[in-house]
Design a protein around this ligand. Structure first.
Ligand SMILES: *Cc1c(COP(=O)(O)O)cnc(C)c1O
Ligand SMILES: [Zn+2]
Length: 422
């Protein structure tokens, strides 16, 4: 009697990227590692089948706690193969901050605690690396202000893929080391982010690599939408009335809007979409200034701020982001480097959370919006903290100076305690 051998059936459906079409002229481009319309140079975006079956709240609730629980809104057919456990970061309520700001309730969306690289860039790298896989592209890379470098290096190491990562030469040491430890090919470029980004467009053409935020940008950006779905679900499928986000290239603000809109269109949330506020540092605020002017022409800037993760002088999605701020009933807000440092400390001292300079920008902007009366007493506010403070310790290293150094003698401790009581 011969045993019937049951072949191992691979039930995984192979991963296929969705086709792209131009957001400006509608030209269809098919599924392609290309982000720019050949017809009008507009941005390409994935096209979703409007008739696809969408999950209910209950079905989503039963899924694993990762950003893939919203897979129907991510740009693939079939099963993802990399970074299956990224996403689902904490949303924590901060009543002391709410009281200070004079708003009804306030939550912090903590992408500073994102797995694996402690910034929201893990979300976009997750969709991008799966797109690279589906296109059969082995080498991935990026142009980065720091956090994207960390996220690409970590994801590539885990997937066993080679990575080529390009950054401005003078980034914070924490950002550089949190990249080099993964042993990618890190290249420090003499120039600012905008120079690096231009170079990477040529690199993508020349070598055919998957530069996640250049030629894979259409797939990359969709990962950001999952932050909107998480906020809605973590609030019990409700939307806040106002959301404050940092802006670099302007993609996150834009994709949050798209995510909130899709969640509402799917019947997952009922309420009106939130007012969106976008924060930048005074030394690099082309999107805020565009939103303030209210016209349609972004004026590029040469960045000069310690908020390096936001220092993009010629932001790719700047125009779209500025429109969303205005049309949502929100606004842009600039803050000085001094204000952002004070806000990192205030946030730490009142919530126990250590955010990087971008978080300082966002927190400082939230304080200023409240002072100006733009946040109201009945507002339910979500503040997006997108990167961890240990990556930019320079900003607050002076706080060490407050710590005394003593001999290991109880009388020295007693003297300190007495001087504090005085
Ligand atoms: C990249 C980044 C952002 C903003 O990114 P967009 O380019 O505007 O999508 C915000 N915060 C941090 C910490 C970042 O690294
Ligand atoms: Zn076009």
């Amino acid at each position: 009697m011969s045993a019937t051998l049951t072949p191992q059936i691979d039930r995984a459906r192979s991963l296929t990227p969705l086709p792209l079409a131009c957001a400006s002229c509608g030209h269809g481009a098919g599924a392609t590692p290309d982000a720019i319309c050949s017809n009008c140079l507009g941005p390409l975006e994935p096209v979703y089948d409007a008739a696809r079956r969408l999950p209910t709240r209950e079905e989503i609730a039963a899924r694993p706690r990762s950003l893939w629980r919203y897979r129907e809104w991510l740009p693939f057919e079939g099963d993802p193969v990399h970074a299956l456990d990224v996403g689902w970061t904490p949303l924590v309520e901060a009543p002391r901050l709410a009281a200070r700001l004079g708003v009804a309730r306030l939550w912090l969306k903590l992408d500073a605690h994102s797995f694996p690289s402690l910034s929201f860039k893990d979300r976009v790298v997750t969709t991008a690396i799966n797109a690279a896989e589906a296109f059969g592209i082995d080498v991935i890379g990026c142009a980065s202000t720091g956090n994207l470098a960390n996220a690409v290096a970590a994801a590539a190491a885990r997937a066993g893929k080679p990575a080529w990562i390009f950054v401005p030469e003078d980034l914070e040491i924490g950002k550089l080391v949190a990249t080099t430890v993964f042993a990618p090919n890190l290249v420090r470029v003499r120039g600012n982010y905008d120079d690096v980004n231009r170079l990477c467009a040529q690199v993508a053409d020349r070598f055919g690599w998957g530069i996640v935020n250049v030629n894979l940008r259409a797939y990359y950006g969709e990962g950001s939408k999952t932050m909107a779905f998480e906020i809605a679900e973590q609030l019990g499928w409700r939307l806040p009335t106002a959301v404050v986000t940092p802006m670099a290239g302007g993609s996150l603000v834009t994709k949050l809007r798209k995510g909130f809109t899709e969640a509402r269109d799917a019947g997952l949330v009922a309420r009106e979409l939130p007012r969106q506020y976008g924060a930048q540092a005074e030394g690099c605020a082309p999107i805020v200034r565009l939103a303030d002017r209210g016209d349609d022409v972004l004026i590029p800037e040469v960045p000069s701020t310690i908020a390096r993760s936001l220092a993009i002088g010629n932001p790719a999605d700047g125009l779209f982001a500025s429109r969303i701020l205005r049309h949502s009933g929100g606004a842009g807000q600039v803050v000085s480097d001094h204000e952002l440092v004070a806000a990192i400390r205030l946030l730490a001292e009142t919530t126990g959370i250590f955010a990087e300079t971008a978080g300082g920008v966002t927190m400082a902007a939230t304080l200023k919006l409240a002072e100006q009366g733009k946040l109201r007493a009945d507002d339910e506010v979500v503040v997006c903290l997108t990167g961890h403070g240990l990556k930019t310790v320079e900003a607050v290293q002076d706080t060490i100076l407050d710590a005394p150094i003593i001999a290991p003698k109880i009388r020295e401790v007693a003297a300190l305690v007495a001087s504090h009581a005085a």
